[in-house]
Write a protein that binds this ligand. Structure first.
Ligand code: ATP
Length: 384
């Protein structure tokens, strides 16, 4: 962060701690127009807890207005810590955080959480039990005049489909309804940034789908940037414009859901989104040779040991495998019906076991043999 050309801070709602802080500052890599559109910019933050454990290391991410970005990764990789730092619930040790173009935190400057232009929505809803639905939403609109507060709260309750239950207490609502109120409350102040921490994990599948779809529409219609923390790859794939996969306190890969699913940079990223077949291979004469046929070895050196990753639904089987050439025979050892699709465990003649997912209309029979081949366009190669 370069503060040399910064103008001094003048915005009264964001002052804190008697420290002069810059309002206008240079954000490397962004023009002024781009910066104005940034709902969030996190630059090279690192964080350790008092026991010395390093949770985040040189972590960066940015979000534009109206963009939904998911943070996904295994338990303990630092997702919640990242949200807490952005929200201002934890002090920043290294790097910088800006929300809506306004500096919110550095190692020397901490804007208090309530002054950050951030709405928050968590798994446990955190609604006030003694307040009505309407009063819960009004709560976050403290500084505005009464008519404006009422109008905003009603508008948001309307958007989430909860107007008719405005006078109910949270305890009389279903989990899904409470989650809708929590979304209305988080968005009523029109924040530049919405932080969502596992917001849908307590909901059943059908309700989850409905609330996810509604949440996307509302977030997009308000043009708020949203950062979603989730364990659930389906949440991330369906909701996000971009997904950031965290590993060891850093971003391992960030990109569109399609890119992360089809072109993961590592087997770690690949495994987060669905089952994988990871087939050992070795480079010989410009090709990767595996027990399931060969694929091109562009850019790899002769003799290199690699892993060819292919998702179960990206394998060719039956007639398609025969047409592709180089097919290998295997025995279907187990078949699971998944409705429109089937999942087959197949043991190849050389002993390698793989998983195949295919349409129910092409389902092989358990105990029979089947031809399988790699689809070169849908096979990813990783160096060990
Ligand atoms: P989960 O998905 O299980 O919620 P997460 O990715 O959100 O995990 P964090 O809650 O950010 O992970 O925690 C990251 C690491 O930091 C964990 O090892 C956790 O034990 C540790 N940690 C979190 N808060 C503290 C704290 N206040 N003091 C010490 N260690 C902490």
């Amino acid at each position: 962060m370069n503060f040399l050309n910064s103008k001094l801070f003048t915005h009264s709602s964001a002052q804190g701690g008697g420290v002069e802080i810059p309002l206008e500052f240079e954000t490397p890599g962004y023009s002024k127009e781009e910066r104005d559109l940034l709902a969030l910019s996190v630059e090279s933050i690192s964080h350790s807890f008092s026991d010395g454990s390093k949770v985040l290391q040189d972590f960066s991410i940015s979000l534009r207005a109206g963009e939904i970005v998911s943070l996904i990764g295994p338990s303990g990789c630092g997702k919640t810590t990242t949200l807490r730092l952005i929200a201002g619930l934890e002090r920043l040790q290294k790097g910088s955080i800006t929300v809506g173009g306004v500096l919110a935190g550095t190692a020397d400057w901490h804007m208090p959480a309530e002054r950050r232009d951030v709405g928050m929505m968590f798994q446990d809803y955190a609604l006030f039990p003694h307040l009505s639905v309407l009063d819960n939403v009004l709560f976050g609109l403290g500084d505005l005049s009464k008519p404006i507060r009422q109008e905003r709260a009603r508008e948001l309750l309307d958007k989430v489909g909860m107007s008719e239950l405005a006078l109910r207490k949270p305890s009389t609502l279903s989990g899904g309804q409470q989650q809708r109120v929590a979304l209305a409350r988080a968005l009523a102040p029109y924040p530049r940034l919405l932080l969502l921490d596992e917001p849908f994990s307590d909901l059943d599948t059908e309700l989850r789908r409905k609330i996810r779809a509604d949440a996307i529409k509302i977030i997009k219609s308000l043009g708020v940037g949203a950062l979603l923390v989730t364990h659930d790859p389906e949440d991330a794939l369906i909701m996000s414009d971009k997904i950031a996969v965290m590993r060891g306190g850093r971003v391992e890969q960030i990109g569109s859901p399609m890119t992360l699913y089809q072109k993961p940079v590592s087997t770690y990223v690949a495994r987060l989104f669905s089952e994988t077949n990871e087939i050992p291979g070795v480079v010989k004469g410009g090709r990767v040779e595996t027990a399931l046929g060969n694929v091109s070895a562009d850019g790899l050196s002769e003799g290199q040991q690699v892993v060819v990753m292919v998702r179960p639904e990206h394998l060719l089987s039956g007639k398609m495998a025969e047409l592709a050439g180089g097919a290998v025979e295997g025995q279907v050892s187990l078949l699971k019906q998944l409705g429109r699709e089937v999942l087959a465990e197949v043991k190849l003649s050389g002993g390698l076991e793989i998983i195949l997912r295919t349409g129910a209309e092409n389902a092989p029979e358990e105990g029979t043999s089947i031809l399988i081949a790699l689809d070169p366009g849908r096979s990813n190669i990783y160096v060990n």
